[in-house]
Design a protein around this ligand. Structure first.
Ligand SMILES: Nc1ncnc2c1ncn2[C@@H]1O[C@H](COP(=O)(O)OP(=O)(O)OP(=O)(O)O)[C@@H](O)[C@H]1O
Ligand SMILES: *[C@@H]1O[C@H](CO)[C@@H](O)[C@H](O)[C@H]1NC(C)=O
Ligand SMILES: *[C@@H]1O[C@H](CO)[C@@H](O)[C@H](O)[C@H]1NC(C)=O
Ligand SMILES: [Mg+2]
Length: 337
């Protein structure tokens, strides 16, 4: 490797690790001296360097704002509020070179409304390998932390995982599924990483993304959506402020929820609460059409409507919202197609 390239590499390392802000004008010459001294070292330890800062490589990670916008518009159905918040939050965070804290999103809503699906869309537009990326980590309470008696073990393991992964890649993403079933002690264990610390034990967590998924507050969101429906108002008229108070009350008052027990909420560690609305007949049709397309079949409106017709809706009399959202569409389609 030519010396010039090595310098570029070093510069890149500084940029990647967010150290640029630490270089003051006076110390620049020292840094240059250091750079010269380090080039030899770097040349031989290049692979290690790559390993530790792997995700800085543009072939692994590069945020595509247009991609996220287009995906949210075209692939996510019936979630105008969530779509707007997610795009703003993720774009704002990813275009900030020096965020003051990690991005923490809490996604709430009824089953099958697209919470995991949105996490996937976000991952696909940040990481080249999407959900398969080594920098995306999913934890499910019942799968990863099933026994309350093992709490202390889980907690220290989880903390080590977060620390280890963020050390390797500042832009790591952690998705906590079934957050409402998570032990409060475990949530307490991750709280420090969500806060406004410059560094903890020499590691900065400010470029990481944490996404919490839960059904907490789902029923209060449904109540609001149902009130709009009964009032003959358009679904798209529902605004965040129509849901916010109800949502936070529902989450706060649910004493079984881990979110309630911890001070996650009142310490303002969550940057955005994102409500997911229950899905209607027309959205189920859209999901069925999308699924046919994904299977390489020609989307057939009448088949899609048949599938949607077969789904269970509530309240029983009015049949407004799908009980399982779009969740069972895949298997239903096997039956019809
Ligand atoms: N709003 C939506 N737009 C498009 N597809 C959706 C939507 N909601 C759900 N789907 C489809 O249904 C599948 C299941 O949804 P998803 O797993 O995201 O639900 P969820 O909100 O996480 O539910 P749960 O609370 O039960 O975990 C998704 O993979 C996606 O294909
Ligand atoms: C970003 O997404 C858009 C829309 O999906 C796509 O056309 C474009 O090629 C993507 N850009 C990159 C660099 O991947
Ligand atoms: C990163 O997280 C995964 C779990 O997703 C864990 O298995 C792995 O050990 C962690 N890596 C480090 C270096 O801690
Ligand atoms: Mg889910």
């Amino acid at each position: 490797m030519k010396p010039k390239k090595k310098h570029l590499l070093l510069l890149w390392m500084f940029i990647c690790s967010g150290m640029t802000e630490a270089i003051e004008p006076i110390s620049t010459s020292i840094a240059v001296g250091m750079a010269a001294a380090l080039t030899g070292f770097l040349a031989s330890y290049q692979n290690i360097f790559y390993y530790f800062h792997e995700c800085c490589r543009p072939e692994w990670i590069s945020f595509n704002k247009t991609g996220l916008q287009v995906d949210l518009e075209r692939k996510l159905f019936g979630q105008h509020i969530a779509s707007r918040i997610i795009l703003k939050a993720v774009t704002g965070f990813m275009s900030n070179d020096n965020p003051r804290k990690p991005l923490v999103l809490s996604l709430h809503g009824w089953t099958g409304t697209g919470k995991n699906f949105v996490s996937q869309l976000i991952a696909e537009n940040i990481y080249k390998e999407g959900m398969d990326s080594n920098f995306v980590h999913i934890f499910t309470s019942e799968l990863h932390f099933p026994h309350a008696s093992q709490l202390e073990t889980y907690k220290s393991q989880l903390q080590q995982w977060i620390k280890g992964n963020v050390t390797n890649c500042a832009h790591s993403m952690f998705i906590f599924d079934e957050m409402d079933k998570m032990h409060p002690g475990l949530i307490d264990g991750i709280k420090p990483y969500l806060d406004y610390y410059d560094k903890l034990d020499g590691v900065s967590y400010r470029k990481a993304i944490f996404i919490f998924l839960s059904n907490a507050g789902g029923e209060s969101i449904i109540q609001t959506a149902l009130n709009f429906w009964k009032g003959g108002r358009d679904r798209e008229e529902i605004e965040l402020r129509d849901l916010e108070t109800e949502l936070s009350l529902a989450v706060f008052n649910n004493k079984k929820s881990g979110l309630w027990h911890t001070s996650l909420i009142d310490k303002n560690l969550v940057d955005f609460f994102v409500p997911f609305l229950p899905l209607e007949f027309r959205h189920i049709v859209q999901c069925a059409m999308a699924e046919m397309k994904a299977r390489g079949l020609k989307p057939d409106q009448s088949v899609a409507e048949q599938v949607a017709e077969d789904v269970v809706y509530f309240p029983k009399a009015e049949r407004v919202f799908s009980v399982k959202g779009c969740k069972t569409i895949e298997s239903k389609l096997d039956y019809y197609a």
